[in-house]
Design a protein around this ligand. Structure first.
Ligand code: NAI
Length: 462
C-alpha cells in the first residue's frame, strides 16, 4: 500500500497526460493501467495502429494511381501482410515505450493492474489498496454493441479486430459510415478488398458539414468504396467462414442481405466503466452511461474526478488530453480550462477531412448571420502537383463582425491545416486576420488563406 496525492485510473491519452501534468505540478502521482503497455486504446488498438496501416496502404495507392504519371515505372509492390503488421507493431511499441519513459522521467508510478475504487480516497489494484487525496477516472471507452450482431473479432470484428486480421479479406462490410468505418474501410479498399459501407442515416459522417460529407462520399466512391445509405442493420450470421449482414432500407422497409469475409462493426463507442465500483460508491451517471461531472471535472463524490471518453463530449484522444491537463491544474489549485468550442476533428483518409467550430447547418439552425469563404484545392499549385486538387477549404465567419466561426477542410494535409484556424479562433480572430497573414508559397496552407480572402474581397486564384 502506498499513499499518493493523485491516482489516475487509466493510462490512455487522457490518463497518462493527466498523470504527467500532475507530477510536473509537484503532486505525488500514480497511474493505474491493466494493459501490458501504456497508451490505452489510442496507442494500442486505435489512432496509432490505424495510422500505420493508413500510411502503408496510402503509399500502395500512390503506386497504383500516380507513380506512372510521374515517370516512376515498374511493377507495383506486392503486399506482405505479416510484415505490414510487424511495422504496425513497431509503431505501437515505439510509442507505448515512449510513455513509459515519460513516466520514469516525470516520476509517475505505474501501478500495473486493473483499478477499482472501494471508497473515496482509495484505489484497489490487485490485492493492494492505495490511498490518494484525489482520484481521476480516465478509463476510456469500448465499442458499443449492436443488437443481433455477435462480435468474434475474427470474422465479425470491432476496430480492434480490424487492425489485426489474419489475412487481407477479399470483401468487407462496414457497419456505420463514421470515422472508424471510413478509415478502416479505406485501408482494406486500398489493399484490394471490395468494401461496402452500410449506414443508417442518409449521409456519411453524421454531424459533419453537409457539403464536405457529400464531397467526401463522392471521393471515397471513386476510390472503390460502395455505400448503402438509409439502411438499418438487423443482425449478422456467420457460416462457413463468412458473415452475412441483414439490413432494412428505411425508405421502403425492404430487407436485404450482403455476405463478406469480414464485417466491421463501427457504430460508435460507449464509456468503459465496468469494474470500477461506481455503483457501490453512488457516482452519478448520465442517461447514456457517461460519468456526470461539473465544470471542474468533479464527479458527484468529493475527491473523485473524471475525464475523457468516460464523460460527455466527443470521444477524441486530444479532447481527453486537454481535460487531463485541465483537471491536473484544478487538483493542484490552479485554473484548468478546456475550450470545447475549439476542438478539431480529423479523419485520416486520403484526402484528409478536418473540421473545427460550427458547421453551416448549425449556424442556420441558430439563425446566425454568417458568410462563407470557399476555396478549391484545384486553385492550389502544390495540391495539383501531387494530384490532390480534389477538395476545398470552407471558412465560416460572422456576417457582421467577420469573426471566424468554423472551418471545414477536405484535402491534402487537412488534419494539420486546421490548426491555424484553431489558433485563430482561440484568439478571436477575424477571417481578415487570416487573409492578411503571409502564407508560404507553395504550400497547402495557401488554400486556407484564400478561403479567408473569399470571406472578404475575394480569393485570388479562384
Ligand atoms: P461514429 O459515431 O463516428 O459513427 C457510427 C456510425 O454508425 C454513424 O454514422 C451511425 O449513424 C451508424 N450506425 C449506428 N447504428 C447503425 C445501424 N444499426 N446500422 C447502420 N449504421 C448504424 O462511431 P465510430 O466510427 O464507431 O467511432 C467511435 C468513436 O471513436 C467516435 O466518437 C470517433 O470520433 C472516435 N474515433 C475518432 C477517430 C479520429 O479522430 N480520427 C478515429 C477513430 C475513432
Amino acid at each position: 500500500m502506498a499513499e499518493f496525492d493523485v491516482i489516475v485510473i487509466g493510462g490512455g491519452p487522457g490518463g497518462y497526460v493527466c498523470a504527467i501534468r500532475c507530477a510536473q505540478l509537484g503532486l505525488k502521482t500514480a497511474c493505474v493501467e491493466g494493459r501490458e503497455t501504456l497508451g490505452g486504446t489510442c496507442l494500442n488498438v486505435g489512432c496509432i495502429p490505424s495510422k500505420a496501416l493508413l500510411n502503408a496502404t496510402h503509399h500502395l495507392h500512390e503506386v497504383h494511381e500516380n507513380f506512372e504519371k510521374m515517370g516512376l515505372m515498374g511493377g507495383a509492390p506486392t503486399v506482405d501482410w505479416d510484415k505490414m503488421q510487424a511495422y504496425k507493431a513497431d509503431v505501437i511499441s515505439g510509442n507505448t515505450k515512449g510513455i513509459e519513459f515519460l513516466f520514469k522521467k516525470n516520476k509517475v508510478t505505474w501501478l500495473k493492474g486493473w483499478g477499482s475504487i472501494p471508497a473515496a480516497g482509495q484505489v484497489k489494484v490487485g490485492e493492494e489498496v492505495h490511498t490518494a487525496k484525489a482520484i481521476v477516472i480516465a478509463s476510456g471507452s469500448e465499442p458499443a454493441s449492436l443488437p443481433g450482431v455477435t462480435v468474434d473479432e475474427e470474422i465479425v470484428v470491432t476496430s480492434t479486430g480490424a487492425l489485426a486480421l489474419k489475412a487481407i479479406p477479399k470483401s468487407v462490410v462496414v457497419i456505420g459510415a463514421g470515422v472508424i468505418g471510413l478509415e478502416m474501410g479505406s485501408v482494406y479498399a486500398r489493399l484490394g478488398a471490395e468494401v461496402t459501407v452500410v449506414e443508417y442515416l442518409d449521409a456519411i459522417t453524421p454531424g459533419m458539414d453537409g457539403e464536405v460529407a457529400k464531397s467526401f462520399q463522392k471521393i471515397l466512391s471513386k476510390q472503390g468504396l460502395k455505400f448503402v445509405l438509409g439502411a438499418a442493420v438487423q443482425g449478422t450470421e456467420v457460416a462457413e467462414g463468412k458473415a452475412t449482414v441483414t439490413y432494412k432500407l428505411r425508405k421502403d422497409d425492404s430487407t436485404h442481405t450482403i455476405t463478406a469475409d469480414t464485417v466491421l462493426v463501427a457504430t460508435g463507442r460507449k464509456p468503459f466503466t465496468a469494474g470500477l465500483g461506481l455503483d457501490a460508491l453512488g457516482v452519478a451517471l448520465e442517461p447514456r452511461g457517461q460519468i456526470t461531472i461539473d465544470s471542474h471535472f468533479a464527479t458527484s463524490i468529493p475527491g473523485i474526478y473524471a475525464i475523457g471518453d468516460a464523460v460527455v463530449g466527443p470521444m477524441l484522444a486530444h479532447k481527453a488530453e486537454d481535460e487531463g491537463m485541465a483537471v491536473a491544474e484544478v487538483i493542484a489549485g490552479k485554473h484548468g480550462h478546456v475550450n470545447y468550442d475549439v476542438i478539431p476533428g480529423v479523419i485520416y483518409t486520403t484526402p484528409e477531412v478536418a473540421n473545427v467550430g460550427k458547421t453551416e447547418e448549425q449556424l442556420k439552425a441558430e439563425g446566425r448571420a454568417y458568410k462563407v469563404g470557399k476555396f478549391s484545392f484545384m486553385g492550389n499549385a502544390r495540391a495539383k502537383a501531387v494530384f490532390q486538387g480534389e477538395g476545398f477549404v470552407k471558412l465560416l465567419a460572422d456576417k457582421e463582425t467577420d469573426r471566424i466561426l468554423g472551418c471545414h477542410i477536405i484535402g491534402p494535409g487537412a488534419g494539420d491545416l486546421i490548426h491555424e484556424v484553431c489558433v485563430a479562433m482561440e484568439f478571436g480572430a477575424s477571417a481578415q486576420d487570416l487573409a492578411l497573414t503571409c502564407h508560404a508559397h507553395p504550400t497547402y496552407s495557401e488554400a486556407v488563406r484564400e478561403a479567408a480572402l473569399a470571406c472578404g474581397d475575394g480569393a485570388i486564384h479562384a
